[in-house]
Design a protein around this ligand. Sequence first.
Ligand SMILES: Nc1ncnc2c1ncn2[C@@H]1O[C@H](COP(=O)(O)OP(=O)(O)OP(=O)(O)O)[C@@H](O)[C@H]1O
Ligand SMILES: O=C(CO)[C@H](O)[C@H](O)COP(=O)(O)O
Length: 381
Amino acid sequence: FAPSAFMPKSLSVASSSSLNMALADGVKPIIIGVAADSGCGKSTFMRRLTNIFGGDVVGPLGGGHGTEGGWETNTLVSDLTTVICLDDYHINDRNGRKESGLTALNPIENNFDLMFEQIAALKNGDTIMKPIYNHANGTLDTPEKIEATPIIIFEGLHPMHDDRVRDLLDFTLYLDISDDVKLNWKVQRDMEERGHSLESIMASIEARKPDFDAFIDPQKKDSDMIIEVLPTALDKDDKKTLRVRCIQKEGVSDFSPCYLFDSGSTIEWSPAADKLSSPAPGMKLKYGTEDYMGKPSQVVEMDGNFDNLQELVYIESALSNTKTKYYGELTQAMLSLADAPGSNNGTGLMQTLAAFAIRDLYEKKSAIAAKALNEKAAAKA
Ligand SMILES: Nc1ncnc2c1ncn2[C@@H]1O[C@H](COP(=O)(O)OP(=O)(O)OP(=O)(O)O)[C@@H](O)[C@H]1O
Ligand SMILES: O=C(CO)[C@H](O)[C@H](O)COP(=O)(O)O
C-alpha cells in the first residue's frame, strides 16, 4: 500500500492533529471494511473515496517517511477519514514469516485479538496506539497514535475474516479481481514500474494462491458490496478490456442498491455510439437481480471502455439511486481523477458508486445519531 499513490500532488501534508476533524460529542465513527488481495486496486479505490469525502488535506499520517518528523506509515488521513491498513496487524516481521514458513495471508500470522480490541476502541471514539508493519524493510516499527475520525476505513487482506471484527463494520466491500486481470495489473506495476521479472511475479501469485483461496476469497460471501473485475465477454480474444460487475446485497442496513433504468428489471443496454463513443469491442451495460452465493442481490455491470470521460454523463442519466447530490456529480468525481487507473471503464465507475454509497451511509448514520442525541437532551431538559 503506497501512501504517495493516495496523495494528490497538489495537496500539502499537515500534522495529524490539524487533519482530524473532531467527532461531534456522543457521535461514534462509522467503520468500513475493504477486503482485497495485494495489488488489486485498494490504493486507487481509497483515492476515489477520499476525493468524494473531500477535505483540503489528504496524506500519510505524520507526513510519512522522508518528511520532517515523519515516519514510515501505512495510515492515511483526510479531514473526515482515516484509512488503516490491516497489514499493521501482522504478528511476525518478514524474517519471522520466513521462519514460520507461513504467508501473511494465513490468519495465524495476524493478530485478530488486537485488531478487534483496537477497532472497538476507535468505534467508541477512543484513541489507540496501533502497530506498524513497515513494507520498505519488512520490520514491525514503533506503534503510532490514531485518533478516531468520523469515518474509519480498514483495508487489507482480512477485514471480514474474524466474526468479532466483522460485527463492528458498518459496511463491507470486497474487490474481486479475477486471476487473469490480477496478473495483468501485477505485471503492469511490478514488472514495468518496479523491474521484477515475469517469472517472479507468476511464482509469487502461485505461492499465495492456496492461502488466498482458503482465507481471503471466502470473505466475499458476506460482503455488502462486491466489485468483480473480469475479462470482457464481448470478444474472447481481447485480454485487456474489462467487464466489471457491482454486486449489491439487498437488506443491508442504511443501504439500497443503485440500478439502471428500472429497479427490479432485467436490462441489457448498448449505449448509442454518437452519445458514448467506445473503442472495440464496444460497450454493454447490464442490470438485474440475482442470487449471489445464496444472498438476494442487484447487479449493475459495465463491459467495455469509453473514449471520452465527459460522455459518461449519458450513462449517469440512466442510473438511479447513485446517492449523488446533483445530476453530473458522478461524472465530475470521475473527471477529477481522470489520471487514476480505471477512469475509462467500469472499475472507476463502480468504485465511485461505492464511494457515494459510503458517503450516503455516513450521512444517514450520523443523522440518526444526532437525532438520538437531541431526543436524549430534550428528555433531560
Ligand atoms: N482499475 C484499474 N485498471 C487498470 N489497472 C489497475 C486498476 N487498479 C489498479 N491497477 C493496477 O494495479 C496496480 C495495483 O493497484 P493498487 O496499488 O491500487 O493496489 P493495492 O491493492 O493498493 O496494492 P498493494 O496492497 O500491493 O499496495 C496499479 O499500479 C495499477 O497498475
Ligand atoms: O499480502 C500482503 C498485503 O499487502 C503483503 O504481502 C504482506 O503485508 C507482507 O508484506 P511484504 O511482502 O512487504 O513483507
